[in-house]
Design a protein around this ligand. Sequence first.
Ligand SMILES: Cc1cc2nc3c(=O)[nH]c(=O)nc-3n(C[C@H](O)[C@H](O)[C@H](O)COP(=O)(O)OP(=O)(O)OC[C@H]3O[C@@H](n4cnc5c(N)ncnc54)[C@H](O)[C@@H]3O)c2cc1C
Length: 399
Amino acid sequence: MSWQLTQRSIDHVVLERGEVAHSWKTERWRSLRLLTPSWQSRLPGYGYEGADPDGFRTMPETIAFLETYAKVISAPVREHTTVSSVRRTDDGYEVTTDQGTWQCRTVVIATGACNIPMVPALAAALPSEIRTMTALEYKGPEQVEPGGVLVVGASATGTQIAEELQRAGHPVTISVGEHVRVPRTYRGRDIQWWMDKCGVLDDRYDEVDDLVRARHVPSLQLAGSTDRRDVDLNHLSGLGVRHIGRLANVTDGKAQFSGSLRNLCELADLKMNRLLERIDVWAAEQELDGDVEPHHRFDATRLEDSPPLELKLKSGEIRTILWATGYRPDYSWLEMPVLDRKGRLRHEGGVVESPGMYLLGIPFLRRRKSSLIDGAADDTKVLCEHLVRTLDGKAEVHA
Ligand SMILES: Cc1cc2nc3c(=O)[nH]c(=O)nc-3n(C[C@H](O)[C@H](O)[C@H](O)COP(=O)(O)OP(=O)(O)OC[C@H]3O[C@@H](n4cnc5c(N)ncnc54)[C@H](O)[C@@H]3O)c2cc1C
């Protein structure tokens, strides 16, 4: 957004509580690589120019990329400046920080979608001998005491951490709720290449059937690795990770799991095949069939015949529970009536229900790719144009 504002000569400042790339420096585990190939981290006015566009950036590389971008575009970043409140005034907003107060006509909320880990309320009933950790706290296997681990959640975060802990010698059980299975590569190309090219990532917020649902679809079961391996449930069971249903209850020292595991896996397989069909249709339309490998389908998710419905938490089998159950944004500093009863910001494609206030960086803000680094270019362009109209007194509700 800073790049867009600079292009239009709009005076602005970027307030950051930590340093540039703070979330990548402090809130990710060490071995993480981006699950999007390097060519796909396109920021406005700045693409990938290295020698490995199909590789997946490590955390130090991701941090360096964002730091360089901030320098290249001369973003007016004020680091170590925490916003503690934003209030509406007669002609704009008052932004209070630990470094002083700002008056401004417009505010762009770009504080991220993953500020607070979502831990289910049933965690309160866990016996005291079970250690717990959120994915936000997890940095590497050495933090986890020897013994069995129950990873709750089987999306990008849960499957990646389950793999790492199993390889480090922990017997891992993964509790599987709704998930989105995709292969890393299909017909010889990266799945992100296909989704980018055939328009899946450009699906618009005002064209999907159920936007609330689309905004809550779990992240893809994907990882960035040098060998481009899948991290789906079949890969994990091949490593010895045990699958169990959705964690439903904790009572009398026992964890109880839903019996819907098989259904959820069948649904994930079905949806993966639907995506592959969309890709195949597009490839045929583009007459790519001679240039890429033939179409094919992947094995269905394999499960043991009767996955357990209960685990005894005092038996010593499970020592640690790792919550990979998703995140939510933190708007506790927003002192304005713009949240719905579930604490979500009320907005129309990023135009918040308060004149001159905008939102960025949340799932399906305007497009399927809005939750990715690559989504910022399109979203900021449209929202910056709206912001300019606001400053000119010509803004309408929709962007
Ligand atoms: C585990 C994980 C893996 C991911 N992998 C990928 C990937 O492979 N590829 C991809 O494209 N995307 C990935 N994403 C999504 C990616 O994080 C987002 O696309 C991107 O970070 C959004 O950038 P942002 O600037 O909107 O939010 P963030 O990166 O979260 O930045 C928000 C910033 O706001 C600051 N802030 C928050 N509150 C305040 C405050 N009160 N005052 C001042 N500053 C504040 C924070 O310090 C932070 O620096 C991943 C996300 C997670 C959680």
